[in-house]
Design a protein around this ligand. Sequence first.
Ligand SMILES: [Mg+2]
Length: 168
Amino acid sequence: MGIFKPTAMKERLTAISPRLLENLEARAILLDVDNTIASYTSHEPIEGAVDWVREMVTSGFRVIIVSNNYKRRVMPFAARFGLDCISFALKPFPFGYLRARKRLKTPLKNCVIVGDQIFTDVVGANLCGMKSILLSPIEPEEGVTFQIRRRFERGFRKKFAFCEDILS
Ligand SMILES: [Mg+2]
């Protein structure tokens, strides 16, 4: 079950403090897009997300966007946040994580991915030795495969609920 376990859990991106990141020994942040910095149906970031990224960058963290979505979806967010990005990352496979790590010039153990999905964001982090912070999805997705995936996730989220706030 260890492969499904996030390092920490938070409700929203904006609930992640620099202190939590320091406690995780993170120096670089990989940011998911859909249901993490924006609702998957929206082209607008959630309230406070742009300021949150600015605060992290000012605090000395390196930040990059890593999404499984297409370039045309991811690029406008990268531009809006002023960040480098990797689209079509094929999470949970390690390729995108390793490309990101190389660009961030940060050891894997000092990288943390922030995302809303156990079976992509968290599993990929565990496969390549990164940390992960699991968020609650902003808006439930439509479609049967997502509903099944989210149902499995709910079981894990309950099980791992103790992770929340441990390090915050
Ligand atoms: Mg996502």
